[in-house]
Design a binder for this molecule. Structure first.
Ligand SMILES: [Zn+2]
Ligand SMILES: [Zn+2]
Length: 328
């Protein structure tokens, strides 16, 4: 099969013909219909996450059809499934036993420690795959599998939040905004200064205000979610939330947070991170998405254009989500 392979961090991905993977016990193989490009893929490629499997096929927002089933795996041949970031948990450690499998000490992640979806086919542990309906468009469904799932978990961590700020209006924010508007929140979108495309996307999705991250919103926020991997946004967001407000850092990696006056945190404001996802997050969000309904804005790239998609994401040139669509 063809795959885009990372040989070492800092390199470009290489288009390669690699052996077709065979599913082991409890695993399925899917023919990849679409794989969305996540900012975490950039962190893997750029070497910002420790000890990736190398070489690695990135990609953890996979929509595909099951084309081989290993012994004991439940999904049927031809079934459409989604493969997310969470690829394996031990089920035995303290975190797993406490219902926090997202923090499992032996967790393994798709496209990081397990070969992912920048390929024509991919193998996954069936217990971590989500069933998807036949009538979804694969390219539009793919961003739900991380931008959507982890965005949803971040939104849960933000609490009720009638007034919600989203810093960095990319793939995750454009999905979270729709869910938040659906449940009655007023959404404030913060982007890079002058990013007219992201601001108009935000307004088109129901945001009541869009502006630069350095600006203060017209009213104090109940919560803010940071999707941009920029530590300097933490004090800016703290300044924008009311007392007892929450600032949720949703990314897996962030540049250093600059020092800031204690007064910004005072008033029982909270800063917290969100790590990975649980299968329950996935089940809840995938049931909720069609009710909103969440509509994703996608830019399609061919598999062999993965480097271009990553560059466009790095440079902030994608409105919504980039999606790789293998075709041959
Ligand atoms: Zn565990
Ligand atoms: Zn992701």
């Amino acid at each position: 099969m063809r795959a885009m392979v990372l040989d070492a961090p800092g390199r470009k991905l290489r288009l390669a013909e690699v052996p077709l993977p065979e599913p082991g016990a409890g695993q399925v193989r899917v023919k990849v219909e679409a794989c969305a490009v996540c900012r975490t893929d950039l962190h893997v490629v750029d070497g910002e996450l420790p000890e990736p499997k190398l070489p690695i096929i990135p990609g953890h927002e996979i929509v595909g059809r099951v084309d081989a089933v290993g012994p004991g795996a439940a999904p049927k041949l031809g079934a459409r499934v989604g493969i997310p970031w969470l690829g394996y948990t031990c089920g035995e450690c303290e975190e797993c036993r406490a219902g926090r499998e997202n923090l499992c000490r032996r967790a393994r992640f798709t496209g990081y420690q397990i070969d992912g979806g920048y390929a024509e086919q991919a193998v996954a542990d069936a217990r971590y795959c989500f069933p998807l309906p036949d009538d979804v468009d694969p390219a539009h469904a793919a961003p739900l599998l991380c931008a959507g799932l982890i965005g949803y978990r971040s939104l849960r961590m933000a609490g009720e939040a009638k007034r919600l700020g989203l810093y960095g209006f990319g793939a995750a924010a454009h999905i979270v905004a729709q869910v938040a508007v659906h449940r009655g929140s007023r959404v404030y979108a913060f982007t890079r200064r002058g990013d007219a495309a992201a601001q108009s996307l935000a307004k088109g999705l129901g945001a009541v205000w869009a502006g630069a991250s350095e600006e203060l919103p017209p009213e104090p926020l109940d919560a803010a979610i940071l999707f941009a991997p920029v530590g300097a946004l933490v004090p800016l967001a703290l300044r924008a939330v009311r007392p007892a407000g929450v600032v949720v850092c949703a990314g897996i990696h962030m540049s250093d947070i600059p020092s800031f006056p204690y007064a910004l945190l005072w008033g029982e404001r909270v800063v917290r991170s969100v790590a990975n996802l649980t299968r329950q997050d996935g089940e809840e969000f995938l049931a909720l998405a069609p009710k909103v309904p969440v509509r994703t804005e996608v830019t399609r790239y061919r598999l062999e254009q993965a480097n271009e998609a990553l560059s466009a994401l790095r440079e902030g040139r994608i409105a919504g989500a980039a999606v790789l669509v293998p075709s041959r």
